[in-house]
Write a protein that binds this ligand. Structure first.
Ligand SMILES: Nc1nc2c(c(=O)[nH]1)N[C@H]1C(S)=C(S)[C@@H](COP(=O)(O)OP(=O)(O)OC[C@H]3O[C@@H](n4cnc5c(=O)[nH]c(N)nc54)[C@H](O)[C@@H]3O)O[C@H]1N2
Ligand SMILES: Nc1nc2c(c(=O)[nH]1)N[C@H]1C(S)=C(S)[C@@H](COP(=O)(O)OP(=O)(O)OC[C@H]3O[C@@H](n4cnc5c(=O)[nH]c(N)nc54)[C@H](O)[C@@H]3O)O[C@H]1N2
Ligand code: SF4
Ligand SMILES: [Mo]
Length: 685
């Protein structure tokens, strides 16, 4: 019997649950991964994906050595090189570009790991000191986040545990069983205690199946639904006048706006019945405590920011915040006492501040020439914690950008993703089991530590080590480049977090009130929720760029709205290459309602072509009433190389941005679907 130890870890994935994990290690090998039974949100359970984390870590296709491109851009052909050769050549190329204009260098990263150390710490310091372009990290949550900041002053909300006490829960724009499993456990507890669960989602998800009611609105119409509900709250006087008077600003403007939205008008926009709108308002406002679990599904359309502002007003109007089982949660990330400046060191930036490039329109950015108002052409891209070739909207442009022979691309990765295929250099990165990190969460109110369980595999290195080495080669001598990962972990939180204790216990609950806004006290300048802040005015319904109602001419050619929400057994594009999980998801599918399929003469299992002016995507059709009429669903995000024709659903999405927050509009996308020619059927087994 060898040496057996257990270490405290945290799930690194971009998931609101941020589970506390215990890793069992035997003779230097991670043999078991379990949810921490003592951490209240995790309560000992992990999702199917991360329960398989050892399969991912010890995957035979892990990148274990630096690689240099050995074929045309995007060919995916590489040869092994030493770390020394790779770092020296990368440093030489970056130094030469920086000598002309460092803004021609762009970092591209997101939340492949949510860790504060392996995310934006040494990496941000490195790019700040270099004077590289800044990246606007908008691809996921910035429409909803900006809306919460405007309304509540920060990204704050209910504690997830308190949903067990709610008597009615609106699950709004969320397939919780797939993407927020640990919230769902609390919702089920509430359900057993008699709570009514209502799911608001264009798709009949597995979560909708398990709720008492499913409201299948059209994509991008949530703002209209919220206005219709507010209209009903006023008409029936289901308002908490005292809470509104003492703890909110802008109600006169908001109520005037909502007066224009009787249930009939809202219903017509949403593709619902007026009774559905009225019933929803009644259920929401006449039982206490009532709670909303808002998620990001509805903010991926043009009006997503306004929709979140309108929905965020609801718990204030009925005084739901007075009790801890009432209120709303979209994100709790604003509660975490993170010292971003200490981690990222914006003081290292040159003056004037470099330009900012929006990650959500990376395709456009890579294809632009130097221009006033844009700045220099992008000559180098350093990608870490992200797989933009698969996940960024409008892949035809993204791929053309990444395929530029004159672009120098470095990708730090664990696997040879679609993005890594387009690299000049691939640098092998460690996984969560192999490096140190600290975490906050956007779905609960704890901070966590992740101790390394095993030594790095092969020659893999943590992101921090890679950027430290590049900083040294570029001659950056500031002390902050010498910080160890554990020192960075200690800098990550303010003094409310006792770092030494956190390392002993693995996780720690932030000292917050149970019902944080029972007596107002929102983190706005005057402590009141803002319905019509000066910068934005009152929110109204903002129609999608592309929908039958808002773009009737386009809809003549492309009459179906396509949404592409997360698949349950993947995490964005992570895990697509883990065989056991991919076999559960099967293959890329397009769901279509039987009426829409019959109208096109398409049958279940047929290969289809989904297309619009931007491109074409081929996959198998699934005829199912999970999709409502007029809406097709492509669960993703699949790696392009696993697709029939080497594409995924982002072949069809566009790069236009949300009303506020500069975010992508993945679910604001009209398409048409037709049978695919038989010679295009070849699918790899
Ligand atoms: N298993 C799994 N978990 C994940 C992820 C994953 O890929 N897989 N991704 C993680 C990430 S990065 C994030 S940001 C979160 C994402 O979290 P969410 O975006 O909340 O993802 P989902 O739970 O799929 O919920 C989106 C739901 O919104 C619905 N929807 C689409 N358009 C609209 C609309 O206009 N209005 C309304 N009301 N609903 C709409 C979709 O049908 C879908 O069921 O989940 C995280 N967790
Ligand atoms: N059509 C469509 N597109 C979408 C979405 C959608 O719903 N529909 N969702 C969008 C959303 S919400 C998001 S958040 C984005 C997500 O997009 P990304 O942030 O790109 O997320 P992933 O696809 O999970 O890719 C993360 C990559 O980081 C790598 N990685 C993980 N840990 C580390 C590490 O420690 N070091 C390094 N160097 N690499 C690491 C993983 O191997 C993985 O390849 O996708 C967006 N794209
Ligand atoms: S992906 Fe989410 S549910 Fe799964 S282990 Fe990680 S934090 Fe928990
Ligand atoms: Mo996301």
């Amino acid at each position: 019997m060898g040496q057996r130890t257990t270490v405290h870890a945290a799930c690194p994935h971009d998931c609101p649950d941020t589970c506390a994990i215990r890793v069992t290690v035997e003779d230097g090998v991670a043999v078991r991964i379990q949810g921490d039974p003592d951490h209240p949100p995790t309560h000992g359970a992990l999702c199917t994906k991360v329960a398989r984390y050892t399969e991912r870590t010890y995957h035979p296709e892990r990148l274990l050595h630096p690689l240099r491109r050995a074929g045309p851009k995007g060919s995916g052909r590489f040869t092994r090189v030493s770390w020394d050769e790779a770092l020296e050549e990368i440093a030489t190329r970056l130094r030469a570009i920086a000598a002309r204009d460092p803004q021609a260098i762009l970092p591209y990263s997101y939340a492949g790991t949510m860790g504060l150390v392996q995310g934006e710490s040494i990496a941000a310091r490195f790019f700040h000191r270099l004077g590289a372009s800044l990246l606007d990290r908008t691809i996921c949550a910035s429409a909803g986040g900006t809306a919460l900041n405007a309304t509540y002053g920060s990204r704050v909300g209910m504690h997830v545990e308190h949903y067990r006490e709610s008597r009615v829960i609106l699950i709004w724009g969320s397939n919780s069983i797939a993407s927020n499993l640990h919230f769902w456990t609390f919702a089920q507890e509430a359900k057993r205690a008699g709570a009514k669960l209502i799911c608001i989602d264009p798709r009949r998800t597995e979560t909708a199946d398990k709720c008492h009611q499913h409201i299948a609105l059209l994509p991008g119409t949530d703002g209209a639904l919220a206005l219709g509900m507010i209209n009903e709250l006023v008409r029936n006087d289901w308002l908490d006048h005292d809470y509104i008077r003492r703890h909110t600003d802008g109600w006169p403007e908001l109520s005037a706006q909502a007066a224009l939205w009787p249930a009939e008008r809202a219903a017509a926009v949403c593709g619902l019945t007026a009774e559905e709108v009225r019933g929803l308002a009644r259920d929401y406002a006449t039982v206490e405590p009532s709670a909303i679990r808002l998620n990001y599904g509805m903010q991926r359309a043009r009006g997503g920011g306004s929709a979140v502002r309108l929905i965020a007003a609801l718990p204030c109007l009925i005084g739901a915040w007075r009790r801890r089982g009432g209120g709303l949660l979209l994100s709790s990330s604003g509660f975490a006492p993170i010292r971003r400046n200490a981690l990222e060191r914006p003081d290292l930036l040159p003056a004037p501040t470099p330009r900012t490039v929006n990650m959500s329109a990376i395709g456009e950015a890579l294809l632009r020439e130097a221009a006033p108002g844009f700045g220099p052409k992008i000559e180098a891209l350093v990608v870490y914690n992200s797989n933009p070739v698969a996940v960024a909207p409008q892949s035809p442009q993204v791929v053309r950008g990444f395929a530029r022979e004159d672009l120098f691309t470095v990708v730090l990765e664990q696997f040879q993703t679609d993005t890594a295929d387009h690299a000049d250099f691939i640098l092998p990165a460690t996984t969560q089991l192999e490096h140190f990190d600290v975490h906050a969460s956007y779905g609960h109110t704890y901070v966590l530590v992740n101790e390394p369980a095993i030594a790095p595999l092969g020659e893999a290195r943590p992101n921090t080590a890679i950027f430290r080495a590049l900083a040294a080669r570029l001659g950056f001598t500031e002390d902050c480049f010498a910080d160890t990962d554990e020192q960075i972990g200690a800098q990550a939180f303010d003094a409310t977090v006792d770092f030494a204790r956190l390392r002993r216990t693995g996780w720690w609950r932030l000292p917050l009130a149970d019902a944080p806004f029972a007596d107002g006290g929102f983190p706005t300048p005057n402590g009141r929720a803002q319905f019509a802040p000066a910068a934005l005015g009152v929110a109204d319904f903002v129609a999608p760029y592309e929908s039958v109602q808002s773009a009737p001419e386009l809809a003549l050619r492309y009459p179906l709205a396509m949404i592409s929400p997360p698949a349950r057994h993947f995490l964005n594009s992570t895990f697509v290459n883990v065989r056991s999980l991919r076999s559960i998801e099967g293959e890329p599918l397009l769901e279509m309602h039987p009426d829409d399929a019959a109208r096109r003469g398409l049958s279940d299992g047929a290969m289809v072509r989904t297309y619009n002016d931007r491109g074409e995507y081929r996959c198998r059709l699934q005829v199912t009433d999970r999709a409502r009429p007029g809406v097709v669903v492509a669960l993703g995000v699949w790696w392009r190389k696993f697709g029939v024709a080497g594409t995924n659903a982002n072949e069809l999405t566009h790069q236009r941005l949300t009303d506020i927050g500069r975010a992508p509009t993945f679910y604001d996308c009209l398409v048409e679907v037709a049978a695919s020619a038989p010679d295009q059927l070849a699918i790899e087994a």
